[in-house]
Structure formats: structure tokens, C-alpha cells
Design a protein. Sequence first.
Length: 403
Amino acid sequence: MTDAFIYDAVRTPRGKGRKDGSLHEVTSLRLSAEVLNAVKNRNGLDTKTIEDVIWGNVTQVGEQGGCLARSAVLASDFDEQVPGLSINRFCASGMEAVNLAANQVRAGAGQAYVAGGVEMMSRVAMGSDGAAIAVDPSLAMEKYFVPQGISADIIATEYGFSRDDADALAVESQRRAKAAWDDGRFDKSVITVRDRNGLSILDRDEYLRPETDMQSLGALKPAFKDMGEIMPGFDAVALMKYPHLERINHIHHAGNSSGIVDGAAAVLIGDADFGKANGLKPRARIRSTAKIGTDPTIMLTGPVPVTEKILRDSGMTIGDIDLFEVNEAFAAVVLRFLQAFDADPERVNVNGGAIAMGHPLGATGAIIIGALLDELERSDKEVGLATLCIASGMGAATIIERV
């Protein structure tokens, strides 16, 4: 197979995902085009050499509907002969776009792709697409569907994580994210979003709450307790699926769960000949990709089995990985990953994660791949693994290796 290399990775800052967020007036189309233009301009690309733009976004209705990838190409400075493919693997959409592009290159189906994703959560509400797993009773009842927050609390209950465990992880995520921003660790990859007059709209993640401590988190009420215990009573549904549990321990709240934000990210992927022809030096090789289906009720445990799968497929062990990016959808997701692999917390989410900076659903997978690459270079490490949990019970992972 042909090697697939990462030549560049860029992202926007993440804006608060509400009407007073800095990116609220920017459409999904425009933010996507801004990121595509950044890839083009940073690398001096003749975009006719790009085989396809693969773009992930989760809530594919309204301005994020249709084939947003193709619309973004047409709204950008890319040549109109570049096609576009929109995909949806829920929270792993941005990662799946990168993985699909890499595997196309590895198979010889084109020399170069731009892959990534977008989610404007302040403009297109999460769940407004009416996903069948949540709204069709013929499926939801049969598969014991519960909302993701309940799933996160099931993980905490099943694997013994306390409210203090989750809050401590959240405080550390905030500390690491602030330290990373203060140290300029994101400068290489984060672009400034500007208005039509060229004035800066946002140049830094604005969801951060660096003052967060255990005391302030302790004052927050569990976010999913009422929906679990009060009719319709999702706890009862969960306990039908997991009768060995006495009750669901509700530990998650806004402070130890991922933030709702706006954002976009893109990765430039190509083979060796593409780099030589364009005078570009590869930064990393995409060594392996994987995806898996998991229990749809507990839903968010995917990072563990998909990591086991990608390591097995690659002939590697957990000890071969220098750094990890595990999406902080909820604190219990990362706690379970650390527990399952007895992983060193100092090598996981080194610069903070979605609890501190937010989770723009369709973009996050590409964001964490870029963050992993930047940190491998900064800390002079060689191999990294990025992984996400996925709604309805899936997991995705990517292993990259510096070159």
C-alpha cells in the first residue's frame, strides 16, 4: 500500500455554542470555506491536485444539510473541479473523514485529499435532525435507548467512578488547556476567524474557564439526574438492560462534560509524490485506522474496544504509543480509558480537551488528530493514538507516526 502522510492540520478557535458566542453570526458554510482557504494558502496549493474534500458534520439539516462539503468547496478559493463528500459518523465524523481520505490515498485512489469537519452548534441545534435511534420507538425501545448523559453516568456506575474523580479530571483539563494556550502550543494550527472587512472575530478558544476548581464544580447539580429519575425515567430503562446495577449514580454536569461550541478543522493528506510535487514536507504518516460498534445503551465505551482493535490490527501494544488524545465527551469516558489500559494520565490529553475547550461535534475528530500531531512534534515523541466515543454505540481511532 501507498503511505498516506499528513502535510498540515488547521482549525478555528472554538466559539461558545450559543447566541452570544463569537462565531454565532458565521455560517457553517463560511467557516468551512475559511478553513479550506487556510489549507490552500498556508501550503501554496494548486487545488486542482486535490482529489476530494471529505467533510464531516453531525446535524445535517438547514445550513448544514445537503452536501455541505461541495458547497464549502464552491464558497472557498478551491478550484470548482474539486468535488466534495459530506459524511456523518456522529462525534467521530471529522476523524472518519480523515481516515477515509487516508485509506483512499493508501489504496491509490488519488494523491491528495482535504478532510475534516464543522459544527455550528449555536446555529444548528444538536438533535434537530431527529435521529431514528432517539425518536423512533420501534428502535429506541428495542435497543434500550437512553440519552448520552445517562450513558456517561452508567459508565461511572458500572466502573466505579465518583463525582470527585470526574471533577478532578475536569479541573485538570482546564489547567492543561490554559497552560497550553499560555505557552503558545496551539499557535501552529489555530487560524484567526475574520469578518468581511478582515477584522478578527475570534483568535482563541473562548469556552475555557481557567478559574474552575473542585469547589466551584461541587456546587453544580447533576445534569442528568432528573431525566433519569423523573418520568419518562431513563434510569428505569438502563436498569432493565443492566439489572446487576442497584441504581444509576449521576455524577456528570456541565463542568465535567464537553462544552457545546462552534468550530471547524481540516487535515491535508497526501502520498509522497504529492508532497514532492508541491514542495511539502510530510509531518506524520497515518499508520492505522479503525472503527467498531459497541453496546448502544452504555454507548460511550467505544474508545476501549476500538483501541484494542487498532493495536491488534497494527501488531502493536499500548506501550508502543507515546501520546493519546481521548475525546473528553464526558469525564467518565476518559476515566474508563485510563482504567482499562492502566494508562499514564500524563500521556493522555496533554493539552486539555473538550471539557475545557468544547466539542464541535463534526470537527472534533480532526481537531484531536491535529492536536496530537502538534504535541508529538513539541515533545519530540514518535507515535500517537487519537480516539473518540460515538453516539448510538461506536468507537473510532487513528494511529499516527512522525516522519
